[in-house]
Design a protein around this ligand. Structure first.
Ligand code: ADP
Ligand code: MG
Length: 257
């Protein structure tokens, strides 16, 4: 296994509050890692640090830089630089252009990615390869049947899936999902779970997921990392972590998973 993402002694202070407290973690490829913890544990702040949305108070962040196993220091990188370096994140629907169809949204995401790249493909074949990539992304995410549907008429679950397609358009090495099943009905939850599993099997992308729904966590995780008050409380296989007394206590002590 290869480390694709590494945080070292990562800390984020908001005034007196330590939202992320000296977190050191290595994420290996070929794994689905879930990050869980009570509300306010620091999960979203951790993602904001990793993606360059927030600057850490101290600590460093490293991303696998390419074919080599070398890690590049992205601690000071801007969000667009982090994305270019191969780290993608699904935001809660905010990236979608409501007035465009599903296919048009995927095309825009794909073209803006192509625009940031060096000339890997010749200009002459550029348009065709974009269209082929768009169709592949639609197919991968199961969106082909609604490709011509305007996004403002989609269900919440469908929009979340479009968002996944947009995040995949940059061909990320690592994909951070923040609560992918939030606000979904049980049918949509089941669909998104099987989609994540399929994408994990089909792509080289490494998935990191924060999630409330413990059935989902148990179902998809190879590894579970528990955050509590900004620090790592437990880290291991689902069997080990979910039977850990400190973990059950952390959850019983709060009103929410
Ligand atoms: N921009 C901010 N300014 C001040 N405090 C913040 C900010 N963002 C998050 N926090 C605080 O940091 C803690 C962690 O929040 P968050 O990362 O959103 O947790 P989670 O995603 O696990 O629910 C909470 O106490 C929250 O109120
Ligand atoms: Mg959060």
């Amino acid at each position: 296994m290869t480390t694709v993402l590494k945080a070292e002694d990562l800390r984020k202070q908001f005034g007196e509050l330590t939202a992320v407290d000296n977190v050191s973690i290595e994420i290996d490829d070929g794994n689905i890692t879930s990050i869980i913890g009570p509300n306010g544990a620091g999960k979203t702040t951790f993602y904001n640090l990793l993606t360059g949305v927030l600057q850490p108070t101290t600590g460093s962040i490293w991303l696998r830089s390419g074919v080599e196993d070398d890690l590049a220091d992205v601690t000071d990188a801007e969000p667009h630089q982090v994305a270019q370096a191969g780290l993608s994140r699904s935001y809660q629907i905010t990236n979608i252009f409501e007035g465009l169809t599903v296919r048009e949204n995927v095309r825009v995401a794909r073209i803006s990615h192509e625009g940031t790249r060096l000339d890997f493909r010749s200009r002459a074949t550029g348009d065709e390869s974009v269209e082929a990539d768009v169709e592949e992304l639609l197919d991968l995410t199961g969106l082909t049947h609604i490709a011509d549907t305007p996004c403002d008429t989609l269900s919440h679950g469908e929009k979340r899936t479009v968002e996944i397609a947009l995040a995949l358009a940059i061909e990320p090495n690592v994909f951070l999902m923040d609560e992918p099943t939030a606000g979904m009905n049980p049918t949509e939850v089941a669909e998104i779970v099987s989609l994540i599993r399929e994408l994990d099997a089909d792509l080289d992308t490494t998935f990191v997921v924060t999630e409330h729904n413990m059935d989902v966590v148990t179902d998809i995780s190879d590894r579970i990392v528990v955050l509590a008050e900004g620090a790592i409380l437990a880290d291991g296989t689902p069997e080990d972590v979910l039977t850990d007394e400190r973990v059950t206590e952390a959850y019983l002590g709060s009103d929410s998973a």
